[in-house]
Write a protein that binds this ligand. Structure first.
Ligand SMILES: Nc1ncnc2c1ncn2[C@@H]1O[C@H](COP(=O)(O)OP(=O)(O)O)[C@@H](O)[C@H]1O
Ligand SMILES: Nc1ccn([C@@H]2O[C@H](COP(=O)(O)O)[C@@H](O)[C@H]2O)c(=O)n1
Length: 207
């Protein structure tokens, strides 16, 4: 198998990265192209050694919160045609789950996460870099709803975390990383024209 096409999708928390990724994934799966999705969230560091109250104090919006060395070696393995043991993460307990999942290499790999374009050492591994450019107030609104419904948070804790780390780290690391992207996508995960343009680029590259 020739080297896979690696597409990195980044942007603020709540910008629509996951939705965009799923829409792109569906477009390729329909055509029978095996696509593998990797989420940077799964590479948050394990924190089993910390008490819950200490885990709650971690800055999850700093690049060092992720084990990017592991992500990098997984990308290299997939590129070399080798399978990986993909970690799983729990947002409620703030740590990795014990189980991993064996993932096989595929012709298209879609990666999504907040810090993917902020780590210079990862950039050469990507063939296409996309930034989902959504106004922060919209991201916050979506995050509030999602984190309360799906990640076991209270409204107060979402607001506190947003002020303390999410917003300042966005300005320090994520926002400047948009300039490394090949494509900046406005209007989030449902921007059909952006999806079509990217799909057509990928289809041509895979011919
Ligand atoms: N364009 C959109 N319009 C309406 N809701 C959206 C849109 N994009 C994303 N959402 C919703 O907002 C929430 C956060 O989006 P998600 O894709 O998970 O963001 P991210 O992965 O960037 O954190 C999800 O519930 C998602 O369904
Ligand atoms: N234990 C954790 C780990 C991460 N977060 C927040 O998740 C955000 C990134 O994930 P998205 O799916 O929203 O892109 C990031 O902004 C972290 O603050 C968390 O709250 N708890």
């Amino acid at each position: 198998m020739s080297a896979p096409l690696i597409i990195a999708i980044s942007g603020a928390s709540g910008s629509g990265k996951s939705l965009f990724t799923e829409n792109l994934f569906n477009a390729f799966s329909e055509k029978g192209r095996p696509v593998q999705i990797l989420r940077e969230d799964h590479y948050y560091r394990a924190q089993d050694h910390l008490a819950m109250e200490d885990r709650e104090k971690t800055n999850y919006d700093h690049p060092n919160a992720f084990e990017h060395e592991l992500l990098k070696s997984h990308l290299q393995n997939l590129r070399d045609g080798k399978s990986i043991e993909y970690p799983h993460y729990c947002f409620k307990t703030h740590t990795r789950l014990a189980k991993t999942e064996t993932l096989q290499p595929a012709p298209v790999i879609i990666l999504e996460g907040i810090m993917l374009l902020a780590r210079p050492e990862l950039l050469p591994l990507y063939n296409v870099k996309i930034f989902i450019d959504t106004p922060l107030d919209i991201c916050l609104m979506r995050r509030m709803i999602r984190d309360v419904k799906e990640r076991g948070r209270s409204l107060e804790s979402v607001a506190r975390q947003y002020e303390a780390t999410v917003k300042p780290m966005y300005h320090q690391f994520i926002e400047p990383s948009r300039f490394t992207a090949d494509v900046n996508v406005t209007q989030g995960g449902m921007n059909q024209i952006a999806l079509d343009v990217i799909k057509s680029h990928i289809s041509q590259t895979l011919l």
